[in-house]
Design a protein around this ligand. Structure first.
Ligand code: SF4
Ligand code: SF4
Length: 365
């Protein structure tokens, strides 16, 4: 798989809003193959049998409820593409039911939020109670994919570049959250509403719904002002405002986000570096005796606060060529000429970043 631009991983909607750094070419994330999810067990009853497949087949990693920004809710509601029909229907149903509806967007309900705080550490990837309201069964699981929220767009369960890859995507997520918040704010203010956040994020005070129904209704009216009862129109208006923002305004947002963009750039530059000389770390591979090494890879899943360990096999005669005596580029050339196998840069990055190839002189018998 070839390198790809960072921007290829986020919804196309964001193209006019993201700075140049998003054009940077980065290694792909082939270990997170969502259409053939490697993290799900064959069935719920087998979920604890294989520790490298900790998620349930009927939830995958979608045990999360995204905060769909106001302008993205509007994008979904005004998109007439038949492929968006189910997503549109689900957003409309949330508005109709008044569940998690804020000037900021369509958010998790307070009940879901509490459940996630209590259960995600143990139940992420498993609990049907935590299942996203926009998830559907089948091959394509996300009904709002075209307009998915930042975390959904760039959360990878396994990182090709290991810890460096995780840091890199966390930096991209921080930028995307910053951009989302900026666009949420501008559209809410331009509609005459004050953005709130039910969970006290985005630098705003927490919004809590009074238990008393009359007080709750009064607070809702205070929050939504003249838009109360016209929430669908409001979200559509937010989408119109955001898509109509002038370049100069977008540049001002980007200027504020420059430190976050700089962080993305510096981590991106770092994770693609591969040392000139590499040698096989035999402590991290098992010789199967059949001409292959079993290579073990570890990935940390932050929400579970756990390492997932998984493995694959690689030909022994290829990995043995990395003995630290010749330049990596010469070894790669030799493999191509003698074995007709092209070792792509991302393979080297993965093996190096996961410690299978190392620069250290190792004490091995
Ligand atoms: S990101 Fe989620 S759906 Fe994609 S491969 Fe990983 S666990 Fe599966
Ligand atoms: S919005 Fe889509 S990708 Fe995100 S958790 Fe829900 S179903 Fe999964």
């Amino acid at each position: 798989m070839a390198f790809r631009k960072i921007i290829d991983s986020v919804p196309a909607f964001y193209e006019p809003f993201l700075p140049q750094v998003f054009q940077t070419m980065i290694p792909p994330e082939p270990f997170s193959d969502c259409l053939n999810c490697p993290m799900i067990s064959a069935s719920r009853s087998e979920m604890n049998d294989n520790l490298s497949k900790p998620f349930a087949p009927d939830t995958k990693c979608c045990t999360f409820n995204p905060r769909i920004p106001n302008y993205m809710a509007g994008a979904i509601l005004s998109d007439t593409d038949p492929a968006m029909e189910e997503g549109r229907r689900r957003i409309a149903a949330r508005i109709e039911a008044g569940e998690g509806i804020f000037p900021n967007g369509v958010y998790p309900t307070p009940r879901y939020h509490q459940l996630y705080l209590e259960k995600s550490r143990e139940e992420f990837g498993k609990s049907r109670e935590l299942l996203c309201p926009f998830f559907q069964e089948g091959r394509y699981n996300c009904t709002v994919w075209k307009y998915r929220e930042a975390i959904c767009a760039i959360w990878f369960c396994k990182h090709l570049a290991g810890t460096g890859g995780r840091e890199f995507w966390n930096a991209v997520t921080d930028y995307m959250k910053f951009m989302q918040e900026s666009l949420i704010n501008v559209s809410a203010y331009m509609c005459g509403l004050e953005p709130v956040d039910p969970y006290g994020e985005g630098g705003r005070p927490a919004y809590s719904e009074p238990a008393d129904p009359d007080e709750a209704a009064a607070k809702y009216l205070e929050l939504w002002k003249d838009w109360a009862g016209h929430e669908t129109e409001y979200y559509i208006k937010c989408h119109e405002i955001v898509t109509g923002l002038e370049d100069e305004y977008i540049m001002r947002i980007q200027e504020k986000g420059a430190p976050l963009a700089h962080k993305i750039e510096s981590i991106a530059n770092e994770i693609i570096k591969v040392p000139d000389y590499l040698m096989l770390n035999k402590k991290l591979v098992d010789d199967g005796g059949d001409g292959y090494y079993r290579v073990e890879i570890r990935n940390y899943i932050e929400v579970l606060q756990k390492w997932i360990i998984w493995s694959f096999r690689l030909p022994r005669d290829i990995l043995d060529l990395f003995d630290g005596t010749r330049k990596t580029s010469l070894v790669v050339q030799q493999i191509l000429e003698s074995q007709r196998i092209r070792i792509e840069p991302e393979i080297l990055i993965a093996l190096y970043r996961h410690g299978v190839l190392t620069v250290e002189k190792l004490d091995i018998e």
